[in-house]
Design a protein around this ligand. Structure first.
Ligand SMILES: Nc1ncnc2c1ncn2[C@@H]1O[C@H](COP(=O)(O)OP(=O)(O)O)[C@@H](O)[C@H]1O
Ligand SMILES: [Mg+2]
Length: 332
């Protein structure tokens, strides 16, 4: 029997695998979950002893060359990015037909887990998480990666309670091979933007703004704006219906905060925030009650020039007073 990749390892017939050089040596400890795209394993780095997760692309996707190309590109870019709220991609391995992404292990679980457990999430906590996530997503956008699948299941906590975004750029566009739907995949339609539903290839940075609007809506009201009995009906509602007002679901939400959420959920992308950074600043403003810094460099320069002119004026005035005193003394 030819032995290749993880499929063999997880059957328990071997406890250790090494891919490539020593730095790529990981011991698979257990399978911790399965999502729409990948099977997730807990593993230990042989050299450093720290735990990581290894995400193995599902077989149907690993044979789709177009998808693998996009997955590889996203993984390669993500490996270079460092942000406190991005789950670090440690390395990416393609070996014997397997596509494996090695990622930082996040033991705190996902926001989906917290919601499912019915844990109380304060408004302040929800807003802080969303602001931090939006800043990380914006940083990725600046580096050319769109997430495409932002949802509570992809927002995870590390052991310090810091929120981290996982699974950048790996969402499956329609039209590829049909995947067996897992429980984890159910409900993803609720986070898709209207333009993404109409044309999955059109997912771009404002799509991520929309999905984070859904996440914030859910954290504040404990339900997503659109959830119907089938994905088809959910998608129809996302495209056509206005979202129920958050304040009708949770009267503790202020009118201002309701407006912040609804702006992200506008059907027309051009009516949303201009990007994740703007959405994050708006939330930060709400949290701190301080207007976001909007002054451009030109204004700073103008202000600095004005201050310098004032200083010169004061100096000239002081000199004139001094000269006058000297002259007066000389005359008397
Ligand atoms: N970096 C990580 N650390 C710990 N658990 C993770 C990590 N990434 C994913 N998981 C867990 O693995 C499971 C499957 O994840 P994933 O394949 O990303 O599915 P999903 O489609 O829900 O995003 C989930 O239970 C998720 O919580
Ligand atoms: Mg995920």
């Amino acid at each position: 029997m030819e032995v290749t990749g993880l499929a063999y390892l997880v059957k328990g017939e071997m406890s250790e695998m090494r891919y490539g050089d020593h730095a790529n040596g990981y011991v698979i400890l257990s399978e911790i979950g399965e999502g729409g795209m990948s099977i997730v394993y807990l593993a230990r780095n042989r050299q450093h002893g720290n735990k990581v997760v290894v995400k193995q692309l599902k077989d149907q996707l690993a044979t789709d060359t177009e998808f693998v190309g996009r997955f590889r590109q996203a993984a390669t870019i993500m490996r270079e990015l460092r942000h406190p709220n991005l789950a670090s991609v440690i390395t990416y391995i393609e070996k014997s037909g397997d596509c494996l992404m090695v990622e930082e292990f996040l033991p705190g679980g996902s926001l989906a887990d917290l919601i499912d457990r019915g844990e109380t999430i304060s408004e302040h906590q929800a807003l802080s998480w969303c602001r931090d996530v939006l800043r990380a997503v914006d940083y990725a956008h600046q580096n050319g990666v769109v997430h495409r699948d932002l949802k509570p299941g992809n927002l995870m906590l590390d052991d310090h309670g810091t929120i981290k975004v996982t699974d950048f750029g790996i969402a499956k566009a329609f039209g590829g091979p049909r995947l067996t739907r897992t429980r984890a995949e159910m409900g993803t339609a609720a986070y898709m933007s209207p333009e993404q539903i109409r044309n999955p290839q059109k997912a771009y940075h404002l799509t991520d703004v929309y999905s984070m609007g859904v996440v914030l809506y859910e954290l504040l009201t404990l339900r997503v704006p659109f959830q119907r009995d089938s994905d088809f009906n959910t998608k129809q509602a996302v495209v056509k219906e206005p979202p129920p007002l958050p304040r009708d679901l949770n009267p503790n939400i202020s009118k201002e905060l309701e407006g912040i959420v609804l702006k992200a959920l506008r059907k027309d992308p051009s009516q949303r925030y201009g990007g994740c950074a703007e959405f994050a600043s708006r939330i930060d403003f709400y949290l701190k009650g301080v207007p976001p810094v909007t002054r451009g460099p030109a204004e700073w320069v103008r202000e600095r020039t004005w201050k310098a002119a004032l200083l010169v004026l004061v100096a000239v005035f002081a000199f004139l007073v001094f000269a006058l005193l000297v002259v007066l003394r000389a005359l008397t």
